[in-house]
Design a protein around this ligand. Structure first.
Ligand code: UDP
Length: 405
């Protein structure tokens, strides 16, 4: 089976922790890698930035294909929509030049889905889609700039035309049905996977030594793409409310000069937290297990998360999570078992639960044990098998339909 994974706006292999490189990059790369391991022939398609080869072999059965569309320079995703048709043309040109036909097209994020849809039709292949984030949901969270109506209109059309919509959680499934009128019969919920070989507990003291953190200091960790929807401002306010003068908050992701990072550093400074909040910038994915292992608690105060890989990675490293009760976090974090879920987007309830965990090492140890067990269902071998089964089902349904038609 030859599969095209379409990730138009962001290269799944780009360094993580920038404004537009996060969970979707990790997901597309790891899913493709696992499918290739299972013997599928997988090409990942992304927009070319700068002078790079068109085709880069990544592993047996797995290639990265970078195709031009619009200016060669890196562009914010908000500016990339006009070049979607050019990218679709490139997809078709590439397939024709290679003399191949794709059996199935799996596209990601609304722009990638918009590019993949006509390509899949031209290939005579089923189109599977994954939205990752939804314009309507971002707007309802009311923290970022308003997503344009055009995005939401296109998302509605693309949800209607896809052969299958993969949702990362039951919550995303409900949102698509409620706000987009998506057909529940064509939606399948398959959670994201994580690399449980990489994300496993490391020695806490050694991890702290390596990161220059004192062994006894209570440490909170936030990791992600630095954007308003992530609620880091709530976390900084929560830290200033803590009755724990020694606490250290590590903020991983977002480079110096990033507008929101400057704002958050100013917020921490104004709250008198200078020495208690450390902005560490982006950290390579492979190095994150040491950060999670060094922390006492990982905090995910997002206004919305469609899945929230960071929470699962932290739990896989045996670190309890305090997260907002939103989106996919509701299906990964179990309140009072492996962490806490906070129903309000305000600092006080976060501070309260953080204090409980900071002051109670036994509770942390219990949560850590449960956390490690609870992430086994997100192992990639299992998730890739489910995706592979879905691909086979969708293809079989297409063949059956063609036989009837
Ligand atoms: N990440 C990383 N280094 C960083 C910041 C983030 O490797 O400096 C990774 C993190 O490990 C996770 C992903 O980026 O795998 C973020 O995914 P999540 O689902 O939590 O958030 P999203 O980016 O999808 O909003």
């Amino acid at each position: 089976m030859r599969i095209a994974q379409v990730s138009y706006h962001t290269n799944p292999l780009a360094p993580l922790g920038g404004r537009q490189t996060g969970g979707m990059n990790v997901y597309v790369h790891e899913l493709s890698r696992e499918l290739a391991r299972r013997g599928r022939e997988v090409d990942i398609f992304t927009r070319r930035e700068g002078e790079v080869p068109e085709v880069t072999p990544l592993a047996p059965n797995l290639r990265l294909v970078q195709l031009p569309a619009g200016p060669p320079a890196p562009l914010e995703k908000e500016l990339l929509a006009p070049y979607v048709p050019a990218f679709t043309e490139e997809l078709s040109r590439f397939a024709a030049a290679e003399g191949v036909t794709y059996d199935l097209v799996h596209s990601h994020y609304w722009q990638g889905i918009a590019a993949g849809e006509p390509f899949a039709r031209a290939q005579g292949a089923p189109h599977l889609v994954m939205f990752h984030t939804l314009g309507e949901v971002k707007n309802r969270a009311r923290v970022s700039e308003e997503e344009p109506g055009e995005r939401i209109r296109r998302e509605r059309e693309l949800a209607a035309s896809a052969d299958a919509i993969i949702t990362a959680s039951g919550h995303e499934h409900d949102l698509l049905a409620r706000y987009y009128g998506a057909d529940p019969g064509r939606m399948v919920s398959i959670p994201c996977g994580i690399d449980t070989d990489l994300f496993a507990p490391r020695d806490r003291d050694a991890s702290r030594r390596a990161l220059g953190i004192e062994p006894e200091r209570p440490v909170l960790l936030w990791v992600g793409r630095l954007e308003k929807l992530k609620g880091v401002d709530i976390l900084i306010d929560a830290v200033s409310e803590l009755d724990e003068p020694d606490v250290l908050l590590l903020v991983v992701g977002g480079e110096r000069g990033h507008e929101l990072r400057d704002e958050l550093e100013a917020q921490a400074g104004a709250a008198g937290l200078g020495g208690r909040v450390r902005f560490s910038g982006a950290v390579p994915h492979e190095e994150l297990p040491a950060w999670y292992s060094a922390a006492d608690v990982c905090v995910v105060p997002s206004y919305y998360e469609s899945f929230g890989l960071v929470a699962v990675e932290a739990m896989a490293c045996g670190t309890p999570v305090v997260a907002s009760r939103v989106g996919g976090l509701v299906s990964t974090v179990t309140d009072g078992v492996n962490g806490y879920l906070i129903p309000w987007r305000c600092p006080e309830p976060f501070a309260e639960k953080l204090e409980v965990l900071i002051r109670n090492p036994e509770l942390r140890a219990n949560f850590a044990r449960s956390a490690r067990e609870s992430v086994q269902r997100f192992r990639w071998d299992e998730i890739a098998r489910r995706m592979d089964d879905l691909y086979a089902d969708v293809l079989a349904a297409r063949v059956a339909k063609e036989a009837v038609g």
